[in-house]
Design a protein around this ligand. Structure first.
Ligand SMILES: *Cc1c(COP(=O)(O)O)cnc(C)c1O
Length: 455
């Protein structure tokens, strides 16, 4: 029988996360305050606990994964590395396609890889309650689960339109013991202001962020959590790539290319950075390694955005970060991969792209679902709409290999399953899904509103 899954023993789980900052030629650009000066760490302490702030600013190469975190990781980690043999056969490609499957976590995606350590470090720092915002509910459910593991109460501000349209993610959060509010609420000034402007407001991620941050900043003992973008989130996610490296070692292979979806960049950084460490160390196997962050062509942050300082949120509440951005007031079309509708991107992923250590590609929506259905029909797993972006690009690479006869090794990050996204699959199957043109005029417009700072 052909081996299709490469497993690791529980004690082969990584003991440390890898910090890519240690291998960067140029130091990362610091977050800036509204005055254009770096934000003083004390200010961030109002919403983040010290251990996570230290990780956020660290240049240390290896950061220990606490035993308590590994113990929770062990509920589903190490995650399997699988060979997509049936997909290869369906495509008729000489390429070998592997996927790292993160849908085995309790919440069904990679997000608990960071939710668990965020809850843990908050707990040990004495935080009494966590707040966060969530759109479609992937992050909210991950932090609800993680908070429950460490006995930390969690409050989730969920964008009202999702709260009403995606009731099952809300049920998951409540099952794990979190309080979930439809944002805008009248619990915060930001929420009250939004409701005063429009009593029937359906909410937005920007408003929900403002509510969650405001509560954390104004209440001693309450901290805010974020599911992507920030350096410490990418750090935690490197457990994906570190495991994958060990798994490839077991079968004596090494990837030629790595594809993953990219919204805020955490899962992409998580799978790619540990392999890029080999490249930085001069490892011959990684010399021509091609790491590709895949985004929707309707929200083409990395491929069409500007590399500039911008706000992290729509309302201009957060510090300025140097990143690829479409402008903080860019309104992405309502595509079905909710996790990829972000105007900005991780500053670390952005820097690596700017320094040409990784590549980016954009793919249209209908083609991603086509890839997701082909994957489901050959491999069985129904991928999350976000994950379908990486799969699309991996399939395209496998088809290119078919033409050239190259037996390349392709790795794709299967960041989650799509069991809560079947309404989107329904639309695709009914032929009702649309591609949205790359909104160049809208991007040009919102790029005019980038904050002015000396770069
Ligand atoms: C949130 C999410 C993403 C995108 O977030 P990143 O931080 O870019 O990884 C991708 N896939 C799934 C399944 C998600 O839930």
């Amino acid at each position: 029988m052909q081996t299709l899954r490469v497993y690791l023993e529980p004690d082969e789980m990584p003991t440390h996360w890898y910090n890519v900052v240690s291998d960067l030629k140029n130091p990362p650009s610091p977050p800036l305050g509204p005055d254009g000066n770096p934000v003083p760490p004390e200010k961030m302490l109002a919403i983040f606990p010290m251990p996570l702030l230290e990780q956020e600013m660290s240049a240390e190469r290896w950061i220990a994964i606490p035993e308590e975190v590994r113990q929770i990781y062990a509920l589903w980690r190490p995650s399997p590395l699988c060979r997509a043999l049936r997909l290869e056969e369906a495509l008729g490609t000489p390429a070998k396609i592997f996927y790292k499957y993160e849908g085995v976590s309790p919440a069904g995606s990679h997000k608990p890889n960071s939710a668990v350590p965020q809850a843990y470090f908050n707990k040990v720092a004495g935080t009494k309650r966590l707040t966060t915002e969530t759109g479609a509910g992937q992050w909210g459910s991950s932090i609800a689960f993680a908070g429950q593991m460490f006995g930390l109460p969690v409050r989730v501000y969920m964008v009202k339109v999702s709260y009403e349209q995606k009731p099952f993610r809300r049920s998951m959060m409540q099952t794990w013991g979190a309080e979930v509010f439809a944002s805008p609420t009248n619990l915060t000034q930001a929420g009250r202001d939004a409701l005063a402007k429009d009593p029937n407001s359906e909410g937005s991620l920007g408003i929900a962020i403002s509510e969650a941050v405001e509560e954390a900043a104004s209440q001693a003992g309450t901290c805010y959590t974020l599911g992507s973008v920030l350096n410490h989130v990418l750090l935690h996610q490197t457990v994906i790539g570190l495991e994958a490296k060990k798994q490839f070692e077991k079968i004596g292979l090494y990837p030629d290319s790595i594809f993953g979806p990219c919204g805020g960049g955490s899962s992409f950084g998580g799978i790619a950075f540990p392999f890029l460490a080999d490249k930085a160390a001069g490892d011959k196997r990684a010399e021509n390694l091609d790491c590709v962050a895949v985004e929707p062509s309707s929200c083409p942050t990395l491929t069409k955005g500007a590399y500039a300082y911008d706000f992290g949120d729509a309302s201009g509440y957060t510090p300025l970060m140097k990143m690829y951005t479409l402008g903080h007031d860019f309104m992405p079309p309502g595509i079905h991969a909710g996790g990829l509708r972000y105007h900005g991107d991780s500053p670390l992923v952005s820097q690596l792209l700017h320094e040409k250590l990784i590549r980016a590609a954009a793919v249209p929506q209908v083609a991603t679902f086509e890839a997701g259905v082909q994957f489901a029909r050959s491999e069985g797993i129904i991928p999350a709409p976000e994950s379908c972006h990486g799969i699309r690009a991996a399939i395209d690479e496998a088809l290119r290999c078919k033409k050239t006869g190259e037996a390349k090794v392709i790795l794709v990050n299967l960041t989650g399953h799509g069991h809560f996204d079947m309404a989107s699959y329904d639309k695709y199957l009914a032929g009702k899904l649309e591609d949205y043109d790359y909104p160049s005029a809208a991007i040009a417009d919102s790029l005019k509103h980038l904050p002015k700072v000396a770069a």
